[in-house]
Design a protein around this ligand. Structure first.
Ligand code: RNT
Ligand code: ZN
Length: 420
């Protein structure tokens, strides 16, 4: 008997069919963020990340051109089981030689290379307007700016991005999630908290007045509690974005980034609450170490719990999962791969959890037994199921760093050294 066959029998005793779990896991799309490959730099600016987010580290080999970034993504994806989407930020527009177009004027054609790349690999594309790392971020504000010319510029950027999302959805035939996040806020105690939010609200209304089919293009609003340099106040707070989404349910959905709440709050508990009221929601999965530090996702308790909630709520087609972290201190390809695989492991773990049995124990108030079964489940042979899953997906179950190290030697270290 193989290890998988043995594991299958053990899980069957809990009423779990591991073959089914593997099949389901293969088809859960996870959106891979292009920005892990180059420390959130992009191609339309000279570097210098702003907007309250920061990467730390100077590990060699950062992708500096579209070709390098796509090459690294391909390498990373060759080590990831399951279904991928690609998450593109507007600052990753690919211009022709000598061409430059400012963000309010970008067009679908500037993303054709991304579309070709995704189509060749049968993947969908997600999108993000970039409201940071740009000279027109005025005094830290974009969509909420009191300066009308500034606000208008960013509204036009948002609208241009909706048109690009329409193009992505049309070309790939797969719905496009487009996420609105700004780092707008204040370092110190604001004198007016409502004015910026009213302007932000008006700006989102204006962006979403650009036509799109809500079945194919799903705009999201992402909240955040604070950022570097905007410690006292963010316009897009949790209440703001959730209320915006709730009162505009026919045109946008909430996005929760699990790094964007107070450290003792957990997004796993928010998911089932949101699903009581929304058809769809989106996630940014990250790992905040004491704060929104955007460490690489690992198989930790909260990642497991997030996956369990999605699976238990039977919401695999309602929760749009994306990765969002950036670590410049380690091999960037391995950061991509490890984060992606961690979410997949968490999903597989959720799929082989005997959720029906546990729910029944809860509903019949057998709490002691529920606790014991939950603890027993932690010792079940998930690793053997993971190994079989990876085998079926033609990727190594473990030990993949050798391959990445080889790539580092052959490709990454041969790139010319760049400093921002
Ligand atoms: C920042 C937000 C946002 C960004 C990306 C690059 O705190 O999480 O989602 O990480 O847009
Ligand atoms: Zn995010």
């Amino acid at each position: 008997m193989t290890r998988y066959e043995s594991a299958k029998e053990i899980y069957a005793q809990y009423g779990v069919n591991t073959d089914n779990a593997i099949e389901v896991c293969k088809n859960i799309p996870i959106s891979l963020h292009c920005w892990q490959g180059d420390d959130v730099t992009g191609f339309d600016n000279d570097g210098g990340l702003t907007g309250g987010i920061q990467t730390t580290g100077d590990y060699p080999g950062r992708a500096g051109t579209p070709e390098e970034l796509l090459q690294d993504m391909d390498k990373a994806m060759s080590l990831m089981p399951g279904t991928k989407k690609i998450n593109v930020h507007a600052c990753y527009a690919i211009f022709g030689d000598g061409e430059f177009v400012d963000r309010d004027k970008i067009e679908p054609k500037h993303f054709k290379k991304w579309v070709d790349f995704a189509k060749e690999r049968g993947m969908g594309l997600d999108f993000n307007p970039t409201f940071f790392s740009h000279p027109k971020v005025k005094d830290g504000l974009t969509l909420s700016s009191p300066d009308e010319a500034t606000r208008r510029f960013w509204v036009e950027h948002g609208k241009a991005c909706i048109r690009i999302a329409n193009y992505f959805a049309k070309e790939t035939g797969i719905p496009c999630i487009i996420n609105i996040w700004t780092g707008d806020g204040f370092k110190d105690v604001p004198a007016d908290r409502m004015g910026p939010r009213l302007r932000y609200k008006q700006s989102i209304d204006e962006i979403l007045s650009e036509p799109y089919d809500f079945n194919k293009v799903k705009p999201c609003v992402e909240s955040k509690v604070f950022g570097i340099g905007v410690e006292s106040y963010t316009c897009g707070s949790s209440e703001f974005t959730l209320s915006y989404a709730a009162t505009n349910k026919d045109k946008c959905i909430p996005l929760m980034d699990n790094g964007h709440y107070h450290p003792t709050e957990v997004v796993s508990d928010k998911i089932p609450a949101i699903l009581c009221f929304f058809n769809d929601m989106a996630l940014h999965v990250t790992r905040g170490v004491r704060w929104d530090s955007d460490h690489v996702v690992i198989l930790d308790d909260e990642t497991k719990e997030i996956a369990k909630e999605i699976v238990r709520c039977n919401a695999l087609d309602r929760v749009h999962i994306a990765l969002d972290y950036f670590d410049a201190s380690i091999n960037r390809v391995s950061a991509w791969v490890t984060g992606f695989r961690s979410v997949q492991k968490a999903l597989l773990n959720a799929l082989v959890t005997p959720n029906d049995i546990l729910t029944e124990l809860q509903d019949t108030c057998q709490f002691s037994r529920k606790m014991v079964v939950m603890e027993d489940c932690k010792m079940l042979p998930l690793g053997d199921v993971w190994e079989e899953y990876c085998r079926q997906c033609n990727v190594p179950a473990n030990g993949y760093y050798d391959d990445i190290e080889e790539y580092e030697k052959e490709v990454l270290l041969k790139r010319k050294f760049r400093r921002l």
